[in-house]
Write a protein that binds this ligand. Structure first.
Ligand SMILES: [Zn+2]
Length: 311
């Protein structure tokens, strides 16, 4: 490290660890001493800028992550980059070699490599040993802006946003919002009817004390009145239509993203033993909602460089 002289008295400063305080960092990082230079003549301390900058980045990340804890949406989202295939090919190992050493089926290993599922820690640590690499050479976690994460979920094999999907997603959001609003209205209307019935019963009882009504009868009365209520049935109808539309929207999304389901609710494409090369066409780039192949990640970095910047 370079020798530093005090800007104030020109005395040579002494390198060491000195008490460090930063109110902004307090919640997120535990530091009491940090590397820097001190002038023992006038007490001035200058901390190492590089270290401070590095830590600043960590603190920024922590701040963004902890927004979720405060109930806010985090501006960043963790995705995992899978380099298992690259590592294996780089070492001229076949999928069969890997499966044999791991003691799993080739199919299971293939599905790990295609990121249709991620290995558990037990298998991941074995992969590390078998290929004699660091775990981070197999899997890497990066944070990307949440907006880009949403977009990655709807890219096709040409890394373009699948036509029609953004509109469908926003329609689905609209429906959800409307449904929530109607649900509130429905509850209000039902409470109103209940109140009416209750006060009618109370009125009748006031006039004639023999007119007391059992709680079972009261419940039945309320439910009959609700069923006969026009406002109530209109809202219910509207909700039913919206729910049906929502099902159609989801089906359309599944169709466009190649995730169509058959009658038994199982995926007909993509998921069931996809043939090599077929997967890319039929599935989202982002597997499992968070895992991306290394080569695809390279492409994303290239094409979406501007959107990768965390603001
Ligand atoms: Zn000084």
């Amino acid at each position: 490290m370079a020798i530093k002289y005090c800007k104030s008295c020109n005395e040579r400063m002494i390198e060491g660890l000195y008490p460090y305080e930063n109110k902004e960092w307090e919640e997120h990082i535990d530091i009491d001493k940090m590397a820097g230079h001190k002038c023992f003549n006038c007490g001035i301390i200058e901390f190492d800028e590089d270290i401070e900058k590095d830590l600043e980045k960590d603190v920024e990340l922590q701040k963004m992550l902890y927004q979720r804890k405060k109930g806010k949406d985090s501006p960043i989202y963790p995705i995992m980059i899978s380099k298992v295939k690259n590592a294996r090919v780089g070492q001229e190992l076949t999928p069969k070699d890997m499966a044999d050493v791991l003691g799993v089926t080739e199919q299971r290993f293939g599905s790990i490599e295609r990121n249709n599922n991620t290995p558990n820690v037990y298998i991941a640590l074995q992969l590390e040993k078998i290929m004699n690499v660091d775990i981070h050479d197999l899997y890497e976690l990066v944070y990307i802006p949440s907006e880009l994460h949403e977009k990655l979920k709807i890219l096709n094999d040409k890394f373009e946003v699948i036509e029609g999907i953004p509109e469908l997603l926003s329609r689905r959001d609209e429906i959800d919002l409307k449904l929530k609003e109607l649900k509130g209205k429905l509850e209000d209307r039902r409470a109103e009817i209940k109140g009416e019935v209750e006060s009618e019963i109370a009125e009748a009882k006031k006039k004639d004390s023999k007119k007391a009504v059992s709680s079972k009868d009261k419940r039945e009365k309320i439910s009959t009145r609700i069923n006969e209520d026009d406002i109530n049935s209109n809202i219910s109808e509207e909700m039913k239509d919206l729910r049906n539309e929502r099902i159609q929207v989801n089906k359309e999304i599944d169709r466009l993203t190649g995730q169509e389901k058959d009658e038994k609710g199982k995926g007909t494409k993509g998921k069931k033993n996809p043939k090599e090369g077929e997967v890319e066409k039929q599935n989202f780039l982002l597997r499992l909602g968070y895992c991306i192949d290394y080569d695809n990640w390279q492409k994303v970095q290239e094409l979406y460089a501007a959107e990768l910047i965390i603001k």
